[in-house]
Design a protein around this ligand. Structure first.
Ligand SMILES: C[S@@+](CC[C@H](N)C(=O)[O-])C[C@H]1O[C@@H](n2cnc3c(N)ncnc32)[C@H](O)[C@@H]1O
Length: 265
């Protein structure tokens, strides 16, 4: 069984470019079909924010990685968005996108798609600028620490997002549950959590790195959320079709949960 230290070690070989290529380019990012995994994730997020229930001053994204797709529908609803990652290489990829560096990953097909499904008539360039403007902090994080950001933010986040992080950095279910508890300490009571992750996955590739993942089922995720004091408002699952099983992981599906931390009585 691998330990948290071994997981941390394996991430030192994580290659952001290869990870983006494997997961955020065709065939997984095929915007012509709503049945494809990327449009499915974007719709889950757009519909959650369209409820109007999730808003406030600060949104914290846990384990942002080299990606920003998970923040596109969020950016209308918060004054600031804080991105976080364990690896400096990923924080650097994010900073380069925020600064509009020419070699940054091209998220424009994602931004255009989200503008289209939100149906508010927003121009994609406007949304791109808005997200860049709101992403003011890109911080180091370690979800295995009781204080994941090292020092407190000064205030609790109004909402959390985390996509494909907790199960991908935990060697077993107890550490997955502890990591969830640790990040919950960053969220204000009554705050919302949008959690997306892999179902029944044991590994994924990111260049030279082969990362171990703790396989979780829907029931495990629901149980972990309940144990951390969340009420689940929405839970959806996506079954990975054979055409998207492309040898870069052994994922069987994807879950989406919209949960709310129990308010203080
Ligand atoms: C599978 S990637 C997910 C990236 C992105 N959120 C997405 O949706 O594709 C897992 C991320 O967790 C980060 N990570 C690794 N160890 C971590 C830790 N101990 N605490 C927080 N994040 C960690 C990795 O650097 C990587 O960016």
């Amino acid at each position: 069984m691998s330990s948290i230290a071994a997981v941390g070690e394996s991430y030192q070989r994580f290659n952001p470019r290869a990870y983006l290529q494997n997961n955020y380019m065709p065939p997984r990012a095929d915007f012509s079909s709503e049945d494809c995994v990327v449009p499915w994730k974007l719709r889950c997020l757009a519909e959650a924010f369209a409820t109007g229930d999730i808003h406030g001053r600060t949104l914290l994204d846990v384990g942002t990685g080299p990606t920003v797709y998970q923040l596109l529908s969020a950016c209308d609803h918060f004054e600031e968005i804080i991105a976080t990652d364990y690896l400096e290489v990923n924080r650097d990829v994010l900073r380069r996108w925020v600064q509009g560096e020419p070699d940054a990953f091209d998220w424009s097909p994602y931004i255009k798609h989200v503008c289209s499904i939100e149906g508010k008539g927003e121009q994609w360039k406007e949304k791109e600028q808005k997200l860049r403007g709101k992403l003011r902090q890109i911080l180091p994080i370690d979800v295995h620490q009781p204080e994941p950001l090292g020092s407190p933010l000064g205030h609790l986040a109004d909402a959390l997002i985390s996509t494909f992080c907790l199960e991908a950095v935990s060697p077993d279910r107890p550490s997955f549950e502890r990591a969830l508890r640790n990040v919950t300490s960053l969220l204000k009571p009554g705050g919302h959590f949008l959690l997306i992750g892999a179902l029944e996955e044991s590994f994924y590739l990111a260049g030279e790195a082969k990362l171990s993942v703790v396989p979780v089922r829907e029931a495990d995720v629901k149980e972990a959320l309940a144990k951390s004091g969340y009420q689940i408002h929405d839970f959806r699952s996506y079954v990975m079709p054979p055409s998207l099983k492309i040898g870069v992981d052994d994922v069987s599906g994807v879950f989406f949960a919209h949960a709310q931390r129990t308010p203080v009585a």
